[in-house]
Structures are given as C-alpha cells and as structure tokens.
Design a protein around this ligand. Sequence first.
Ligand SMILES: NC(=O)c1ccc[n+]([C@@H]2O[C@H](COP(=O)([O-])OP(=O)(O)OC[C@H]3O[C@@H](n4cnc5c(N)ncnc54)[C@H](OP(=O)(O)O)[C@@H]3O)[C@@H](O)[C@H]2O)c1
Length: 237
Amino acid sequence: MQIEGCVAFVTGADRGLGAGLLEKLLERGAYKVYAGVKEKGGLAAHDSRVVPVEIDITKLDQVTRAASSAKDITLLINNAGLNRTQQVLEANDLDAARAEMEVNYFGTLNMMRAFAPALKSNGGAIINILSILARIALPSMASLSASKAAALRMTEGARAELAPHHVRVISVLPGPIDTEMSRDVPPPKIPVGEAVDAVLAALEGGADEIYMGAMAQEIARGLAADRQALHARLLTL
Ligand SMILES: NC(=O)c1ccc[n+]([C@@H]2O[C@H](COP(=O)([O-])OP(=O)(O)OC[C@H]3O[C@@H](n4cnc5c(N)ncnc54)[C@H](OP(=O)(O)O)[C@@H]3O)[C@@H](O)[C@H]2O)c1
C-alpha cells in the first residue's frame, strides 16, 4: 500500500512510537492523519493535515464516535498499548492483567470492529502493533504477554475476515523500543525512528507478520527451531 495520499488513523499518537508514526506519515505525504489521543492537549504535531481525535480505545462510545467522524480512512494503525510489567501469580491483584487486556485486546478489537466498515468500502490496511511477547512470555511481564497473545490470535481472525474485502491486516511484533514504556528495560532497544521505518516498510512489503528488531527476530527463529529450549532459557531471565 502506498503511504503518499493515504488517510490514516493512529492511536496513542501523543508520544512514543505513535508520535513517531504521526510525524513520519506526514513527512511521507499522507493526505490526512487522524491522531488518536486520550487528551487533545498532549499533541505536539502542528500540521493542517492532522485531525486530533480524543479517544480512549477502551470506551466504546468514543471509538464509535471516532469511526463515524473518520469514514475516509484507508489506514488504521492500532498503536495504543499498555504494559504494567506484572507477573501473573505474584501480582497483588488482577488490576494490571485486566487493564492490559482491556487496552491491548478489547481496545484494539473495539477499533477494528468500528473501522472495518469504512476500510471495506475504501480499501486499505490495518496495522496492529503487538509485541514479540505475543509469542512467548517473559515472566516479569507475563500478563502483558497474555494480552498481546490474545490480540495476535484476534488479528489473525480479522485478517481472514477482511481478506475477501481486500483489506490487509498486518501484525507487527517488536522487541524493546526506546520509549517511556520500556524505560526500565536494559539496552539494546530499537530507536523510535527505526521502529517507525519498520512499521511503514511492512505496509510496502508483502508479509502479514513482521518481527521488528534483532531480539524479536532471534526469538522467532528460536521458537521455530526449538520452542522448549527457548522457554527454558527465558525462565532464567
Ligand atoms: N516500547 C516497547 O519496548 C514496546 C515493545 C513491543 C511493543 N510495543 C508496543 O508498541 C506500542 C506503542 O508503545 P510505546 O512504546 O510508544 O509506549 P508508550 O510511550 O507508553 O505509549 C503508549 C501510547 O498508548 C496510549 N494509550 C494507552 N492506553 C490507551 C487507551 N486506553 N486509549 C488510547 N490510548 C491509549 C498512551 O496514551 P497516554 O499518553 O494518554 O497514556 C500512549 O500514547 C504499544 O502497543 C506497545 O505495546 C512497545
């Protein structure tokens, strides 16, 4: 899909990867970019092609309103995400696990269901920013992994449903990116600029599932070669 001339909707556009995607889409000639933010004041980009949209993706009324005001979209980037860095059994309660599932799984699903009719009619693509932890659990972030794994399976189902309508659905599975979300993760981390380029390259390439960064690619290879050995190695982290 061509980026020049597209009409995109990016969630979580106020910071991190989302802010980088917003900026790069404008640079690459997008016709219009709807910038999904929880609070409009937080948006740095000032460009007449940017349409700020106040949206919490867990709130169905806000998602529905956003979809009805953006019926011209050709590209949906579900970038908003939450990582509370929690184990599954040692966590004090289920608050983090529920919040991650609400944002990473149900929020992304809300967006896809609301925007699918416009994409079916306009043609285009959906990119879901998932995580390499959708494929394997890092024990210290296992509840995040569960929510991203659910989102990965959901993305595969949506891909099959939208294929007859010529809407591409792409899963992006990054390793650590250098943003606020991974501030406590030791390096190496993917610079935001590189991550942005990898997401947009996915649109121009033909693959449906993209492993971003050396760590994600190594894990994907490890899973294909010897899943049990890789799991045993992660237990020690
Ligand atoms: N950073 C990493 O190492 C890494 C690795 C793999 C995958 N990812 C994925 O990459 C994506 C971007 O993350 P990032 O690194 O840029 O993290 P970030 O800096 O923490 O940004 C997360 C963004 O998501 C938004 N968001 C959170 N909950 C939301 C909700 N309910 N409704 C709407 N927006 C919401 C945040 O909005 P507010 O600013 O209003 O909170 C923020 O804009 C996420 O899906 C993340 O899981 C990141």
